[in-house]
Structures are given as C-alpha cells and as structure tokens.
Write a protein that binds this ligand. Structure first.
Ligand code: NAG
Ligand code: NAG
Ligand code: NAG
Ligand code: NAG
Ligand code: NAG
Length: 945
C-alpha cells in the first residue's frame, strides 16, 4: 500500500485512496512512460509498488489518476500524477513528457535530485507543476515556457540555479510563480511583465542580481511581490511600482536596494510593506499608505528626517523603523490607533535613531509595545516613565496562535474511543469524532500577528471546504521564517452517525487542498499543503483498496499459511537440487539478470508484462492469495495469459525461484496448467501461465458462467473428473521428481475453452518423498491444504501420501455429483452423501442437476467417489485405478452426450496455441471465484501458479 513518511502505514497514516476510474486501456505509451518514471525514482518505503501495480488509473493524491472518459483515440489518459510526500529520492524521468494529457504533476516534499527534465515543457495540457521541497538542481529549462496552460509553477525549496528563463513570459495563464528558496541568479527578466494574469510572484531567497525591472509595473493583477534576500546591488525601486495598485504585499527585505522610498500611497489594498535591511536614503514619504496596513517595516536603512505624523492605521500590528537616522520628535498619533480595550497588539520599534522627544503624550496603552532604546530621548529627564521604553531588547517574538479556551474541558476525561476526540466547538457538547489531520503552511501572509485573523482564517478555510465553522480546529500554529505553519484538524458534522468522514468526503476534502481549489485570498496569501495523515478509522478506509482483501482473520491466517507453503516448497526443492545435483546446470549464478535457458518457458520483462496488464490495472486482477495477485494479461502476440505476481513478502531468492521454474517447465500434460513464462527482475517475480477462459471447476459446479450452465451435464462432469485424475496421476508417477499436489480442490481445477480440466497450483506443492533406503516418508509438522479436502489420516498422523491426494480428489468428485460444498453449515460432504445414499435421496439430488445419465454409470462414479473418501488410506483406490475406472465410465457414455469432442491424447499443449481467438472470445465469461465459496469455510488460494 502506498505510504508516505507522512502517509505511511508505518505511521498508520493515509494516503492510499484508490479509485478505480477506468476499466479500459490506458494509452500504451503512457503505461510505458509510467514504468520509466517509476524506475528513475527510489522508493525506500516501497510506496510505489501499488502505484505501479495499480491501474495507472488508480490512486488519487498518491498515485495516478486518469481521465474518466475515453478520449477520442479510444484510450484513457493519465491526467493527474500525485506523488506527494512519499520519501522518494531518485530523479524525474524525461518520459514524464509523454503523459500528453497530464494536468497535475505533483512531487511535493520528496527528496528528488537531478534536474527538471525539459520534456515536461511538452505537456501542453499541464495546469499545476508542483515540485516544491525536493533537492532538484540545475537550471530551469527554457522549454517550460511552452506551458501555456500552466496556472501554477511551484519549484520553491530546491537547489535550482541559473537564470529565470525569459521564455516564462509565454506562460500566459500562469497565476502563481513560486521559485523562492533556490539559488537562481542573474537578472529578473523584464519580459515577465507580459504575464497579464500573474497574482503571486515569490522569488525570495535566491541570488538574483541586476535591477528591478520598471516594466513590472504593468503586472496589473499582481497581489504579492516577494523578493527578499536577493542582491539587486545599487538599484532602486522603480517609481512606476506605484502603479501596481492591486498589490497587497510588497516585500523587498535585504535586497541591497538604494535610493528613495517611492510614494506607495496609491496602492489602495496594500497591507504589508517590508523594505527593511536595504540602503534606502532620504525621508519617509509623507503621504499616508492604505487604510488596511498591518505591517510597515522600513528598519535597517539610512532614512533621515523626521517621522511624518501619518502613521494612523486601525489594523496596524507592526511598525519597525529601528536602525535608521531618524531625528526630530515622535508623533504620539502612532500609538493612539489601537483601542486600549481591544485584544489587538501593536509593536512600534524606533530603536537606534536620533529621536529627541515626543509630540504629544507618551501614554501608549498596555497592548502597545514601544521601543526607544538608543535614541537621545532616553536621556531626557523631563519625560515621565521614559525608562520603561528605553530598555535594550531583542527581537519581538512572533506570536503563536493560541486556541481560545476549549469548552471540552468540561467533558468527562477520556470518554472518546482511541483516535476519536472531542470536537472543541461542536454544537452538541462532548461530541467525539475522528479528525482528519492536515499539515498546512501560509507561505506569505500579509500580517504580522495571526491571532486577530484566526477567526476570519477559520471561516475562509471552512467556507472553502463547505464545512461548518466548528468543524475546523487549529491544533497548533507557529512561525517559520515569515511563514506560519499549522496543524489543522477537520471534524465531521455532529450529525454524522459514524463520527467520521466517509471515504468520499475525505477524498473531496483532500482534493480541494491538493489541487489548490481554494478561492484566492490574497491577504492570507498562498498556502502550502504539507501533508495529510489519516489515522485511526481513516487508516483502514485507505487500506481497503481495490480488491476485497478484508475477509477476516481466518483468511489472513490461511493466506499466511499458503505463503509458508510456498516458502517451504522452495526450500525443499532447493535441498533436493543440492542433494541430487541434477538441475545445477540449468541455474545460472546469482548475478543481476541471471536467467535460465528453457525451451518451453520464456523469460519476459517487467515492461512486457506491465503492458500486457495495463500496468497491472486492478481491473485485470482475476484472483489473489498469499502469493500475490493473479492478473489476466494479453502479451504482444495476442496470447492471453494469467500472470501470478509475487507480493513483496512472497519474493524468493533468485536461485530458488529459478529452480522452481526449471522444475515447472519440465511438467507438461494436457491436464495440467502450463507455465509459459516468468519474470525475475527488480524485485519482481512473476509466473506466466496459459489463461483458462472458463474459470474453475467450482464455477462450473455452481453454474456461474453461461458456458458452464449449457454444458452442465453428467457426461461433462465425468470427463472433467477423468481429466483432473489424469493430471494428478502424471504428477504422481511421471513428473521427475514426483510431486504430490497437496491442495486438490475444485477451485484449483481450471477449465480451458473446451472445458478440458487442467490442474493448477502444483507449484505450491511439496515434492513427493523419495523412496530412499528405508523408504522414510516426509513428515511435516504443519497440516497444509484446504479444510474439507483434507485426508483424515494425514490430519491425524501428519503423513502425506499419494492416497491423501486421492481423498481430496474424491471430495471433488462428490462436489461434481451433488453440487454441494465440501463443508457447508458445519457438515462434511462425505458424511452427507453417505447419509443421502442410505436414505435413497442421493439420486434425486443428482438427477435435478445432471439431467439424464446412464444409471449404472452414475452408480459407478458415486461408488468410486465414496471409495476415494474412505477413512483408511488402504481402502482407497490408487490414482491409476481411479483413472482406469473413469476411462471405462467415459467409454460407456452414449455418443449424443459427447457434445464436445474431447481429444484423448495426452500430448503436450504448445504455448503458441494458447492465443487462439476462441480463448480471447471467452475472456469475458471468465469469472474467478475469489472467495465465492467462503460460505463453506473453504478458503480460495492462488490460481493458477
Ligand atoms: C531526505 O533524505 C535525507 C537523507 O538523505 C533524510 O534525512 C530525510 O529525512 C529525507 N527527507 C524526506 C522528506 O524523505
Ligand atoms: C504608471 O506610471 C507611469 C510613469 O510613472 C505613468 O505615466 C502612468 O500614468 C501610470 N499608469 C497608471 C495606470 O497609473
Ligand atoms: C480592508 O480590510 C477589510 C477586511 O479586513 C476589507 O473588507 C476592506 O475591503 C479592506 N479595504 C481596502 C481598501 O482594501
Ligand atoms: C472599547 O471601548 C470603546 C469606547 O471606549 C467601545 O466603543 C468599544 O465597544 C470597546 N470595545 C470592546 C471590545 O470592549
Ligand atoms: C505534517 O506537517 C506538520 C507541519 O509541518 C508536522 O507538524 C507534522 O508532523 C506532519 N505530519 C507528518 C505525519 O509528517
């Protein structure tokens, strides 16, 4: 499952919302591109395994999502690629450029290195390019300028260098350019003034030089211009910037600017002006700035003259003029704005100037902090209480938001279950609910202190999310640089009976954050979506992904047991190989790309198999089990195959894997499913089998497919029984070394397009013991197999013999005859049939299912089945006897019953015949019964392997 250091399962955290958008084909070139993209990433927590295995059309927010309708070319196309906060390193592949209809590309907050591939410039449809918070280096490719649909470019917090390309002037739709915190150098291109939709330009914390282009005054829509910490040595602020009348924030801190401060009084919406730490000279402009100013910082310059009596702003929070050359008197109007009874706070810093006295009374209210240290006024003995304003003092700490008194303190302590908590301001008191946690950061707010704006911020967030005000709580907020980081908690409505958001609500909310669908609020500025964590009940929502894995503990345990069998069988095979030295020559040394040369089994590449399965799209899954999922795929030649893909924890050593393949490749019989290929590559092990379009014998018995219903008659059942028996006889007697199946059951017998029975899953079996010396039999301490099919003798003695396979097959025969499950409502089929036989009921059961049949033939089959199921192994026939008897019975069938010509020869099935059209036409009828027989407690295992 996708996880992230943030969205990690390790954290019991979010991330994997898997939405199956598409059942059809994603464009093959895009599937190919996705493989390359994944390959160039390093994924330490293996989060991408699922992405990769998933439908390209699978996961929102941590994966890939495709168009929901087929495009004109008949394919689905990847539209969103979200790999946010997943601990990824590695680099961005040039193949990203092949995702020709991509709209959102997000690799936020990973550890990516390398350069930004120029090919991204080919994605004309791209709207959001989000690469913030990585270690990308190199320069910005000119080609990105071709992204004429781009709305948002975020490359901040990387190690990018070089100039800002002039070609960016062609991104005519761009609204947000966030390039801060890199090492960009050179001149800001004046051509960017063409960007007639630009709202936020953040280029702070770089190494830009040159001058501020006066042409920027043409950026009529610009709201935030933030250029702090660059070096525009010696140039000034063009006076034309007074034309940027929509500006809300202008921040030019520490930019080596000179000259006079222009008159910005014409900028009516300005709230935040920071010109500190430059070399501005001359006087402070006397015209009043906008009414809504919250922050004015002109400290650390060389401003002289006196302070104009115009600093009267009702929302002012911070007025910094320290470390200048100001002289004259301090106008008392500066601190008279803030009502003494308000909770607002105002800091006025005038330290280290040449201020002499006060124009008016020195009576700031308690919520005003006034600093006068380092001015001659501090020596004036005639001003009462001057001392308290003249203490040297460090920088004012940025205020951290505090939650107002939380009314839930009145609730009983710890009355919510784990992962639930009281919703602080819920209209229903003491309402417990599970919060959705979001890491959020205001990147460039236009205020100095958050507290007075918290309420309007909460309103802004909740209204944008269509939630009620009480559903948001800010857990914690703190300043980082001039940004405000916070942890948000979102709660479900107090009406919600489950006390948590449902999966689609979670999806909706995360979507709004992740695709920047908040309406712009220039006062709060742009935000950063840092992470989201889905704990407690949300973690399980996100895990119950594409296939229904949640079947309870029992299943989990048995699946684990199956995995154990696989592991054990691999070890046993290996031991035998070492002992006998027989297959050594087939196995290459353990080297990268080691492979084996086998006539009938092809080595296939991961890429071929990904293409065959639409990048392992979940819609191609036909079964799953302890080993991993089984996919239906179509190889490039048209051959339809079943691909068994090992889950990460089922991977074997390369040698063991190849040994097993060598063994399986030697087994060919028309009643055994053939291995036709394998893949052993980059943490992937897959076995490729011929595809069985008619599903399992269990499907046939339960009349699941139309095909099965049509041919559900006694003759067909008998022929299937014979086929299965012949396949197993081959394993027992002709395979070298001999193999016991150990898990014979109706769902391990598959039916090809002609309903020929083919036994599957013998790869899971242990080899039959050799009769060596005293003829010791293999003794296992763990009973393996499927309940209902287990030989009672084996269960009690742990000795598995060929008669144990006979018993299981007998149970299958009884299923064919009666349609019953091996165990249903706690009753075992063998007992039930024995009882029914005694009471004479059995014939009516069979007749209603099987139509007409030669009655002596039925008697014989029933007798054979029951003798296979004798408690004592000695009383059971051998597999050879079973086959002979079934052959006799089939010979007794009337010709007319033989509606399908069955080829009786046992020749090998060549893999090339598998891709027949017939097989493909039958595809849609295939319905693998993953778990359909659970009612009886019979657990499906992997098919086929
Ligand atoms: C990035 O890698 C460094 C070590 O190279 C590690 O300390 C850090 O946690 C990683 N960060 C993320 C977000 O994966
Ligand atoms: C912008 O500034 C220029 C030069 O200062 C001036 O001539 C022009 O009228 C201004 N434009 C607007 C729209 O104010
Ligand atoms: C000042 O701020 C208030 C909200 O705080 C807003 O409604 C008003 O439009 C602003 N005024 C100007 C001139 O921007
Ligand atoms: C503060 O005082 C003024 C007048 O003295 C009054 O109009 C205003 O309502 C008071 N505000 C608060 C928050 O008490
Ligand atoms: C999410 O981001 C917030 C803010 O940076 C941080 O405090 C929190 O630990 C993060 N959560 C996870 C799971 O990384």
């Amino acid at each position: 499952m996708p996880t992230l250091r943030i969205h990690g399962y390790a954290f019991a955290v979010s991330s994997c919302f898997i939405i199956i958008v598409a059942a059809s084909q994603t464009h093959p070139s895009e599937v190919n591109a996705l493989i390359d993209i994944k390959r160039s990433l390093i994924d330490p927590t293996d989060n991408l395994r699922n992405w990769n295995s998933g439908d390209p059309c699978m996961a929102k927010w941590t994966g890939v999502s495709c168009s929901d309708t087929e495009e004109a070319d008949g394919y689905f196309h990847v539209q969103e690629l979200y790999l946010m906060n997943m601990n990824l390193s590695g680099s961005l592949a040039p193949q990203l450029g092949q995702l020709s209809q991509l709209k959102i590309l997000s690799f936020l907050w990973n550890n990516l290195t390398g350069t930004i591939p120029k090919e991204i410039g080919n994605i004309a449809s791209l709207e959001l390019l989000l690469l913030s918070g990585n270690k990308l280096s190199g320069s910005l490719p000119d080609e990105l300028g071709k992204l004429s649909n781009l709305n948002r470019l975020q490359v901040d917090e990387n190690r990018l260098s070089g100039p800002i390309p002039e070609s960016f002037a062609n991104m005519v739709n761009v609204k947000h350019l966030h390039m801060n915190n890199n090492s960009f150098s050179g001149q800001l291109p004046s051509k960017l003034s063409n960007l007639s939709n630009l709202l936020h330009l953040l280029v702070d914390n770089n190494k830009l030089s040159g001058y501020l282009p006066s042409e920027f005054s043409m950026l009529e829509t610009l709201r935030i211009l933030q250029l702090d910490n660059n070096n525009f040595s010696g140039s000034g602020i063009p006076s034309t910037y007074a034309n940027l009348t929509r500006l809300v924030k202008l921040s030019l801190r520490n930019c080596s600017l000179q000259g006079a401060i222009p008159d910005f009084s014409s900028i009516a919406n300005l709230s935040y002006l920071d010109l500190s730490r430059n070399q501005f000279t001359g006087q402070i402009p006397t015209n009043k700035l906008a009414e809504n100013m919250t922050t004015i910082d002109i400290s650390n310059n060389q401003l002289n003259g006196s302070i104009p009596p115009t600093f009267i702003y009702p929302h002012l929070q911070k007025l910094s003029m320290e470390n200048n050359l100001l002289s004259g008197s301090i106008p008392a109007s500066m601190w008279q704005n803030v009502a003494a009874n308000s909770t607002d706070k105002l800091t006025i810093n005038l330290q280290n100037n040449s201020l002499l006295d006060v124009l008016g009374n020195l009576n700031p209210s308690a919520n005003v902090i006034l600093r006068l240290y380092g001015n001659p006024i501090c020596n004036a003995s005639n001003i009462e209480s001057i001392g308290q304003y003249c203490a040297p003092d460090g920088d004012e700490d940025y205020e951290v938001a505090q939650n107002p008194t939380n009314p839930t303190t009145l609730c009983p302590i710890q009355n919510c279950q784990a992962d639930y908590e009281y919703v602080p301001f819920s209209p229903v008191p003491c309402f417990c609910a599970a919060p959705l946690r979001i890491g959020y950061r205001l990147k460039s707010p236009s205020f100095a202190y958050f507290l007075p704006y918290i309420n309007s911020f909460e309103l802004y967030i909740t209204e944008s999310l269509k939630l009620d005000y009480y559903q948001l709580s800010i857990d914690d907020a703190w300043e980082e640089g001039h940004r405000i980081t916070m942890r948000l908690k979102l709660f479900p409505s107090f009406n919600d009976p489950n006390h948590k958001f449902n999966a689609s609500e979670v999806q909706r909310i995360i979507a709004i954050f992740a695709s920047w669908k908040f309406p712009s609020n220039h006062f709060f500025g742009p935000y950063e979506f840092l992470n989201y964590t889905l704990l407690g009940p949300y973690a399980s929502d996100s895990k119950s992904s594409k296939s229904s894995i949640d079947r309870g503990v029992l299943v989990a345990v048995l699946i684990a047991a199956a995995a154990f069998i696989i592991a054990t069988s691999a070890i046993i095979i290996l031991l035998l190989v070492i002992r006998r030295g027989k297959y050594q020559r087939m196995i290459s040394k353990k080297t990268p790309g080691a492979s084996i040369k086998l006539d009938s089994v092809k080595e296939l590449t991961f890429r071929e198999l990904a293409l065959a399965t639409n990048n392992f799209c979940s819609s191609t899954i036909v079964g799953h089990g302890g080993y991993g999922n089984v996919y239906r795929g179509t190889l490039s030649g048209g051959t339809v195959v079943a691909i068994k893909r090992a889950a990460k924890d089922s991977l074997q050593g390369q040698k063991e894997f190849l040994t097993e393949i060598a063994l399986l490749s030697r087994i060919h019989h028309r009643n055994l499913v053939s291995l036709i290929g394998y893949c052993d590559e980059e943490e992937e092990q897959m076995l490729v089998y011929e595809f069985m379009p008619n599903g399992t014998l269990r499907d046939w018995i339960s009349g699941k497919s139309e095909e099965a219903k049509l041919r559900q008659n006694f003759g067909m059942g008998l022929k299937i029984a014979k086929g299965a028996a012949k396949g197993i006889l081959y394993l027992h007697t002709e395979a070298n070394p001999p193999i016991f199946h150990r898990d014979i059951k109706a769902s391990n017998i598959l039916l090809d397009s002609k309903l020929t029975a083919k036994v599957a899953d013998f790869g899971l079996s242990l080899l039959a013991p050799y009769e060596e010396g005293s003829g010791t039999k293999y003794l296992s301490t763990v009973v393996k197999g499927t309940p209902g099919y287990l030989d009672p003798e084996y269960v009690s003695t742990h000795k598995f013999t060929h008669k144990s396979d006979v018993y299981s097959l007998g149970v299958v025969f009884l299923e064919i005859l009666t349609g019953m499950q091996p165990i249903s409502r706690g009753k075992h089929i063998v007992n039930e049939v024995n009882v029914a036989c005694r009471s004479g009921m059995i014939y009516s059961i069979i007749k209603s299912r099987m139509g007409s049949y030669p009655s002596d033939c039925l008697d014989k089959f029933l007798t054979l089945a029951l003798s296979c199921c004798q408690d004592s192994p000695e009383d059971r026939p051998s597999m050879l006897d079973v086959v002979r008897e079934l052959e006799d019975m089939v010979a007794m069938l009337p010709e007319s019953d033989d509606s399908i010509t069955l080829d009786n020869s046992d020749e090998m099935v060549s893999s090339s015949s598998l891709g027949s059209n017939a097989a493909r036409e039958d595809q849609h009828k295939y319905a693998f019964v993953s778990g359909s027989n659970l009612v009886s407690g019979v657990i499906p295992t992997v098919v086929p392997r």
